[in-house]
Structures are given as C-alpha cells and as structure tokens.
Design a protein around this ligand. Sequence first.
Ligand SMILES: Cc1ncc(COP(=O)(O)O)c(C=O)c1O
Length: 444
Amino acid sequence: MAQGSAFLVASLKPWSHPGLAPSAIWALRPRPSGKIQPVNVHLSPTLPAAKRLSGFTYAIRNIVAEAKKVERSGRTVRYLNIGDPVAFGFRTPLHLVEAASKAMRDGHNGYGPSVGLAEAREAVAAEYTSRGMPVSPDRVVLTAGTSEGIELALNAAADAGDEVLVPMPTYPLYTAVLHRIGARAVFYRTDPAHGWLPDVEHVRSLIHPTTRALVVIDPNNPTGAMYSRGVRLGLLELAERHGIMLLADEVYGDLAFDGPVAPIASLAPDAPVVSFSSLSKAYLAPGWRAGWLAVGRSDRLDEILAGIKKLADGRLCSTVPMQYAITAALTGDRSHQASFREALRERAALTTDRLNAVSGMTCTPPMAAFYAMPRVALPAGVTDEQFVLQLLHETGVLVVHGSGFGLPASEGYFRVVFLAAPAVLADVYDRIATFTRSFLGTRH
Ligand SMILES: Cc1ncc(COP(=O)(O)O)c(C=O)c1O
C-alpha cells in the first residue's frame, strides 16, 4: 500500500500523460504490474467538506450574510445580533491596552506555556479565591476566550454518544461543539414566566448514566437572567449527587446590574465545577481572545484537568501579550465596570418598557449582561426566523431568531443585543413596533 502511494506520487507528472487535464492526473492509480492507468471517475468541481459540519451552526453570525445582502441593496442595517460592546463605542480600559502593547514592545511575542503564563494564572487563581472559589494556579488554564475553554472542557469530558445537559435557550457554541464531538445535547427548559430560571427537578429528571456534564450559563446569554441562590444550590447538589461536572459559564459574572455575582462554586467549593470567563465582556476586549478556565479543587476533577491540559498542549498556547493584560485586568482598576453596568441597566429598562408596550409582544426583564429575549405571538405556521428575516428586510434591524438558541421556531422568540446608544435603541424599538403591528395585523 505504502509502496503504491509512493509510486503514485512519483508518477504525477502531467507532461507524461498528454491529453489529461491536471485534475485527471489525480485519478491515476498504480496497477499491480506497476504501470499506472487512468481511472474513469467523475471529478466534482469542489471538494466536499465533512458531513458532520451540517450540524455545526452559529446563528448569531450565520444571519449576517443576509444582513449584508440588505446592506448591498442600499438600506442601513442596525446590527443588534452580536454581543460586542466595542462595536457600540464602549472602550477597552487603557491600562489593559498599555499592558498588552508593552508586552509586545518588550518582546513577549514568542510562544508561551500551553497552560498560560504563571503570573496571569496566579492572578486568575487569586481572583477566584477572593470571590469564594478557592483554586490554585495549577488548576487554571488560559484560553483563547471563554469559547476555547468551552471547547477544551467539553472535549475533555464527553465522548461520542455521551450526554451533556444544556439550557434552552442556550448559547449556541455548546450545541455546535457537542455536535462535532458526536455527543448529545439534552436541553433543560428555562422559564420566561419565572425570570428564565431553570426548574431543578426537571433538570434532575434528565440525568442518565451517560450524562457527563451540566452546563450552567449564569448570568445568561441569551436571556439576561441571573439565577437565584436556591436554583444555584439545587444545580450544585445535582452535580455533587450524580457525579457530573458542572460547567459554569461565568463570562457575565461582573455584569449583573446590581453588581458582580460570585462564582457558583463559591456556594460549594468542593463541588465538581469548572468555571470559564474572559476579558471579552466585563473588560471590553472581545477581539483579544483572552480568557481562562478554573477547575475546582475537588480531586474528582483531576482527570478532567489532565485531559484539558493535554488538549491545550496541542494548540500550543493562547495569545501571549494578552495574557499580560489578564494580569493587569485582575489586579488593576475596574472602575469602568460600574459605569458599564449603569449603562446596561438603563438600556435594559428602555428595552423592556418599549417592547412590552408593543401589542402581541412580551419581554422578561433582564437582570444582567446586554441581551433580552422578547416573544412575539406568531400566528400558526409562521416561524421566528421568518419574522426576523422580514424585520431585517423591511426595517434594517438585525436580531437573532430564538430557534438559533435552541427554542422551538413556532414560539416566536428573538434575541436583542441592547448595547447601542439609548437614542438608537429608541429608534430601533419604534421600527420593531411598527413592523410587528403590520406583521401580525396582516396575518390575523
Ligand atoms: C454565554 C457565553 N459564553 C461564551 C461566550 C464567548 O465569549 P469569548 O469571547 O470569551 O470567547 C459568549 C459570547 O458572547 C457568551 O455569551
């Protein structure tokens, strides 16, 4: 076999096969006699991508292609689809910019350790410890944003066929990564009538022997929810009792309107919890791809930690100059967060007031972050995506349909990012109101 392949490579000389197109050369096969013979195959003009990618979807960005078309037709698009504060004028704190650029000027531009620089890992460990989740630096791994932490932890935890409990609606990276692994996302509902909280008993009913992990996004994207102490304790107890890992996505932990929320593991420091966060949201630097994960102190997590480190070796390291900014962020001034939280609180109130005033629309008030998940009472047979696309085409307002976050398309949810200036948001909500009246009016 190896001999045959070597022969084939050695024989790929287009000039030795006059009349064959270069692509046909690849269809030549060595025969046992050692001579090569053209094989009659139908060559596709493009090379097929792996089939499993069909289930890897990320609606928040996928929908942008449609918005670009609308833009090309001459209409201004209001991009309320992506949670990037910098795109809406919020500025990265200067001392972080200085730390990253100084690191580059000082020549810290080579590879770093795959787990991250010791100084930054110490800063992350000290941060968690001071907030009630005691963790040592050797249980911290620096990652390319929260996103890579999610990838590493899911890959370390789940095999093909395993199950992972994921909130519905969810941040779509979880389902996308699980699909790629071949593991199954099992949804637990969260309830808009109860502040988008999960029902712990319902979560319990979904646990099977193949359940490997429970994903908890608190504070939550896409709903803006913040979980109560009772719910948090209930979820921790499930993880403890059933021996499943709790993956705590805490990237919005500093952006609850009433002030920072402690990591969930602070309520049970020995529970099997892995926490993720980054500089993307609360430190206003999403483009830096600078994040971290912290593996709780329970020795039940030692194998998972070793697995995460093994996978981290394979991708060399996360961005090194930005790791200097992580240290600066966690040990320096955070006063920007107070004004950012106030700006978010104001925008959240505007969003809820204006959308709840639209007939046929309801919106549960967000408590944190910069997302709201309103619902429009769609007529039978109409999907959330149809609503969102028509809204885009007729008004230029881009939001993301709830089914992009795992909700049933008939339920009529969509996610709004409310980072824009209040005056812009007021205009957007006027457009949504006028459009919704006409959309529902013409269909009733
Ligand atoms: C819940 C949640 N987790 C993870 C991420 C990814 O964040 P990062 O930029 O840190 O990778 C986001 C980004 O929107 C998010 O909302």
